[in-house]
Design a protein around this ligand. Structure first.
Ligand SMILES: Cc1cc2nc3c(=O)[nH]c(=O)nc-3n(C[C@H](O)[C@H](O)[C@H](O)COP(=O)(O)OP(=O)(O)OC[C@H]3O[C@@H](n4cnc5c(N)ncnc54)[C@H](O)[C@@H]3O)c2cc1C
Ligand SMILES: NC(=O)c1ccc[n+]([C@@H]2O[C@H](COP(=O)([O-])OP(=O)(O)OC[C@H]3O[C@@H](n4cnc5c(N)ncnc54)[C@H](OP(=O)(O)O)[C@@H]3O)[C@@H](O)[C@H]2O)c1
Length: 293
């Protein structure tokens, strides 16, 4: 059974050679943790840049790379529904983590685009491109069950999906929705912490089931860190039930490589050959959608 996805909007797509020049409307920290994450609202008024939840937009950082070429574009999942965050029509929100890496020689490497974006203030100019992405979209059929698995800022597209489903759609979503979310600390559970609790509120209202894996504050019985795959294992029969009808979409977004641990759970339950067969089928039918970086 193939899953038909929402149609893309027919707006303007901006290329890196001709980006849309706009400004930041608001920017706010959404974690108290040491590693900063900002939620930025970008003005799209006058652009006709129309995105769908699950798509990404590009950002062109100013300046040049060593060697003189302009910095390359970086992609960010849109973290708002198609009409923008409440009170901000014709905008796209981004959820950006400031990348700071400790190098072996003791110095720090600061990610170009993420530090640029996290340092921007309301009113500052910014060049954006896109939208891009044609796979990470909601199914058309609202009786489809949705399983969302996120680590870190991989939560962005799921926030957009849930905003759309529960704030903007006229009809209630008929399928069931589970969100499994992994972060190092409770304070890093984006949109589910003291600074922004939007997704926690949805879960508390019984609209979707939120299952968290807080790796540096919780442990498995063997003492190892709890990851999203361990929560999938613990809730396997419920998740398998949602997939049983064939009318489901399983989305994975976040850290590169996170899909491996999740697949291992399915492999252990179904056997390696059966899992490979099903995965191929799920991918072909648009039910197994992975966006990791
Ligand atoms: C589809 C998609 C959606 C995404 N969505 C999001 C999102 O919602 N939120 C989010 O925060 N991110 C997202 N990303 C990731 C984002 O695009 C960037 O990759 C991320 O912000 C880091 O970019 P940067 O310019 O800060 O880092 P870069 O400067 O590009 O550095 C990246 C890495 O390159 C290495 N590196 C490069 N140059 C050097 C150097 N001179 N010395 C040492 N190391 C170096 C470092 O290891 C560093 O970790 C997404 C990516 C994709 C593909
Ligand atoms: N659409 C996309 O492609 C997209 C969208 C948004 C973000 N991203 C990318 O997603 C990444 C998220 O980074 P982040 O810094 O926010 O995450 P992070 O904080 O480093 O990690 C989030 C959680 O995942 C855990 N984890 C580590 N390895 C794992 C594994 N193999 N399987 C499952 N969980 C694992 C971490 O545990 P411990 O660290 O405690 O071990 C932590 O609890 C970034 O690289 C970002 O660029 C991609």
């Amino acid at each position: 059974m193939k899953i038909e996805k929402e149609a893309l909007a027919t707006g303007t797509t901006y290329k890196p050679s001709e980006p849309f020049s706009t400004k930041v409307l608001t920017t706010v920290s959404i974690t108290n943790a040491e590693e900063e994450v900002k939620h930025l609202v970008i003005d799209l008024k006058g652009s006709n840049l129309l995105y769908r939840e699950g798509q990404s937009i590009g950002v062109l950082p100013p300046g040049t790379q060593p060697g003189g070429k302009p910095h390359k574009l970086r992609l960010y999942s849109v973290a708002s529904s198609r009409n923008g965050d409440p009170g901000f029509p014709e905008t796209a929100s981004l959820c950006v983590k400031r990348l700071i890496e400790q190098k072996e020689d003791g110095t720090k490497y600061l990610g170009v685009a993420s530090n640029y974006l996290c340092d921007l203030r309301a009113g500052d100019p910014v060049l954006v491109t896109g939208p891009v992405g044609i796979h990470f979209l909601l199914p058309k059929d609202d009786s489809a069950n949705l399983i969302f698995v996120a680590t870190g800022t991989g939560i962005a597209p799921f926030k957009a999906f849930l905003d759309y489903i529960f704030r903007e759609r006229q009809e209630p979503w008929k399928g069931q929705i589970i969100l499994i979310f992994g972060a190092k600390f409770k304070s890093e559970l984006l949109y589910c912490n003291d600074l922004n609790s939007e997704l926690q509120v949805l879960s508390d209202a019984g609209k979707c089931k939120l299952i968290t894996a807080i790796s540096r504050e919780q442990q498995n019985p063997d003492g190892s860190r709890v990851y999203v795959q361990h929560r999938i294992q613990e809730n396997f029969s419920e998740i398998a039930n949602l997939m049983e009808s064939g009318n489901f979409c399983f989305y994975i977004c976040g850290l590169k490589g996170m899909e491996r641990g999740i697949e291992d759970v399915f492999r252990a339950h179904l056997g390696a050959d059966e899992w490979e067969k099903r995965k191929l089928e799920y991918k072909k039918d648009g039910k197994w959608i992975v966006e990791v970086y």
